[in-house]
Design a protein around this ligand. Structure first.
Ligand SMILES: CC(C)(COP(=O)(O)OP(=O)(O)OC[C@H]1O[C@@H](n2cnc3c(N)ncnc32)[C@H](O)[C@@H]1OP(=O)(O)O)[C@@H](O)C(=O)NCCC(=O)NCCS
Length: 446
């Protein structure tokens, strides 16, 4: 291979990657993401890259709230000042004496993040991007109180989040930065769990995503395999297995967020360069997604879905499994399509075409273009979208459905269709039957 060939293949890879990312870029624009990283992440060599990737997300129109933790930095300050603070229930007892160490650690990380985002991002892919960050008294805290006889003193929990103020700053294209501290109505500073700040903020803002950057790449199952997706309930199997307390806290926070309306919670690694971009802009991602599977929506398509439909259908058309449909045809027929959508991505589609019938023919329709993305098959999505269109057909008083297929007849038979012949089709559809394609006809009475 010559160097010109290599460079052309690299360019093609890049073009391919960029095309595949485009639907995600559109899907994420104007969405609200809360990103949490702990104090360990800030100390990692990869932290600069994370901040550059965050700047890139900001420039793509994503509304961002960053939440940081500061445990190792607080520990270091305490050690330097020879102060010890006990831990109970994975929470530090914040004594008055230790508070200045907490405040200086939290303050200096904030300055570090702001400095990294303000340096004009020289020597980075985001050179020249202008980014404004805002932090403030957005989190109201209350004392964690006395539990099991232990007075947690200046350790607090989240009482309220000023979502209106945060939204205003996001509207003004600022990145909002929150640390693990909050203020009480009596003017005291409380030390909080960053995981709790992130979770409560995501829930109250109704964020589209909450992303935890932890040490590991998501969750690893018993066979040592990365779990791509889990439900919040499945996290119960992993929480007791965590040896690092921070990890357990993170998983519990992910579970709470997921069960309280944050549909997509991501667990990815801060140590892996590009993890954030891979997770957000590729189909497989880089870590684990915690999601309530029911979040997928089956609905009728609209014009915005044409791009997603084309990405789903083209490979099947190229294989000859489906008949080619031009963009123009899809645009014209879009109201006939149902789709299963998740996070702005079209995972499955099917179309219902009423067939014109004469007086003595039963009211009929054809189901066509049933397709499920190869990565999402064998999870009943095919049956689900078919069932959805059957219900729609019934509501239109349609009495029988037809499908014409070259390779998928058995699947339709399993869905309650029965073999039929071209002669069974209403005359209007028979006239367009393509004898060269020689499709098998199946029908179902409703
Ligand atoms: C057919 C298709 C829509 C099924 O989607 P799906 O979401 O995987 O469907 P379900 O989960 O409801 O059903 C999966 C079952 O159907 C079976 N199946 C899939 N394709 C099949 C085929 N061509 N013939 C027979 N059975 C098939 C699977 O093996 C699986 O069975 P199993 O659970 O016993 O292993 C999907 O495979 C697809 O998009 N195929 C390519 C496009 C196509 O052929 N469309 C029909 C032309 S109109």
């Amino acid at each position: 291979m010559t160097s010109a060939d290599t460079s052309q293949s690299t360019t093609l890879q890049y073009v391919h990657w960029f095309r595949n990312s485009a639907p995600y870029i559109n899907a994420h624009r104007n969405k609200t993401f809360v990103i949490m990283f702990d104090g360990e992440a800030v100390l990692d060599d990869n932290f600069q890259h994370i901040i550059h990737d965050i700047a890139l997300l900001h420039s793509l129109g994503i509304r961002l709230i960053l939440v940081y933790g500061a445990r190792p930095q607080i520990n270091q300050n305490l050690a330097q000042n020879q102060i010890t603070t006990p831990f109970y229930q994975q929470r530090r007892v914040t004594t008055r004496e230790s508070l200045s160490c907490v405040m200086s650690a939290v303050g200096s990380i904030r300055l570090q993040i702001e400095a990294l985002l303000s340096m004009g991002l020289a020597n980075s892919p985001m050179y020249g991007a202008r980014i404004d960050t805002v932090s403030g008294n957005f989190v109201t805290a209350k004392p964690y109180g006395i539990r099991d006889g232990i007075d947690f003193q200046l350790t607090g929990e989240v009482r309220a989040i000023d979502t209106d103020a945060i939204q205003r700053h996001l509207d003004n294209h600022n990145i909002v930065v929150l640390g693990p501290t909050g203020y009480s109505t009596t003017g005291e500073v409380f030390n909080l769990l960053a995981e709790e700040v992130a979770t409560k903020t995501a829930i109250r803002l109704k964020a589209d995503k909450l992303i935890f950057l932890g040490k590991q790449h998501g969750l690893i199952d018993r066979n040592g395999q990365l779990k791509r997706e889990v439900t919040p309930q499945q996290l119960n199997d992993y929480i007791p297995l965590q040896d690092a307390p921070e990890r357990g806290l993170q998983l519990k926070a992910a579970q709470e967020a997921s069960m309280n309306g944050v549909h997509r919670v991501h667990l990815i690694s801060y140590a892996y360069d590009g993890a954030l971009l891979e997770e957000l802009f590729t189909r497989d991602g880089s870590g684990t997604l915690v999601t309530d599977a029911h979040y997928e929506e089956v609905r009728m398509a609209d014009i915005q879905d044409v791009g997603g439909l084309i990405s789903l259908l083209r490979p099947l058309e190229e294989e000859g499994i489906l008949v080619y449909r031009s963009r123009e045809r899809l645009e014209n027929e879009i109201n006939q399509f149902a789709v299963i959508e998740r996070d702005g991505m079209i995972l499955a589609c099917a179309a219902l075409y009423p067939i014109p019938t004469t007086g003595d023919e039963l009211r009929s329709a054809e189901i066509a273009c049933v397709a499920v993305h190869p990565s999402y098959r064998q999870s009943n999505r095919g049956s689900q979208i078919l069932h959805y269109l059957e219900e729609k057909a019934k509501s239109m008083q349609i009495q029988q459905l037809f499908i014409l297929t070259t390779r998928t007849a058995h699947w339709f038979l399993e869905q309650g269709f029965e073999p039929a012949s071209v002669d069974d089709l209403p005359d209007a559809r028979q006239a367009f039957y393509n004898y060269q394609r020689n499709s098998i006809v199946c029908k179902k009475s409703l």
